[in-house]
Design a protein around this ligand. Sequence first.
Ligand SMILES: C[S@@+](CC[C@H](N)C(=O)[O-])C[C@H]1O[C@@H](n2cnc3c(N)ncnc32)[C@H](O)[C@@H]1O
Length: 200
Amino acid sequence: MEQAKAATSDLIDDDRLDDLEREFVGRVRGRVLEIGAGEGENFGALHLDVEWIGLEPDAERRAELAKRAREWGHQAAPLDAMAEAIPLPDRSVDAVVATYVLCSVADPSVALAEVRRVLVPGGRVVFVDHVAAPPRTAKRVVQRIATPFTARFCHGCHWDRDTARTLVEAGFVGDDVRPFRVRSMPFGPVPTLLFDGHAP
Ligand SMILES: C[S@@+](CC[C@H](N)C(=O)[O-])C[C@H]1O[C@@H](n2cnc3c(N)ncnc32)[C@H](O)[C@@H]1O
């Protein structure tokens, strides 16, 4: 708890966040599902031994993702699906990764229930995302006001999601949970969460 409190006040820059993201994403092994994989920004961070399965609903991004996946030696074509309805059997993956996706999915609780369904018991999860600022702060007010616009005009991105809480409510257990504030303009530092945990 003390550690979490101390980390909350940690102000970092983009480069440090990039390093941490790579470290967290690089921890998963085995059969790994990456939801909202975008255009494959995480390939450089994933361990070369993982059996990667990508999921990306946006057709243009998925085409680029498929191309880059082949370049990185991943055979499986990315799934054309939403995280809220993952077309994989129960208990079929060892780990799930998502970076900057829980801010965008239509329903994080439904998506996380799906993640739990497809994970083997004890399976690992790594999530990285910008999150809601603490309640009753000016930042939280800005996030609440901005979110209807960002959700509409920035590919469904919500600035005000309390992802740490949603993860706990979905039943995930955090093993290495690091909240940071990342230096940013023009609205000031962005609360950001790195979550490495497991499904019990
Ligand atoms: C901000 S981008 C992040 C892409 C990549 N993960 C990264 O870190 O650069 C959000 C991604 O989530 C995808 N996405 C949006 N809604 C989704 C959903 N319901 N299920 C799965 N992916 C979704 C978008 O198409 C987009 O590729």
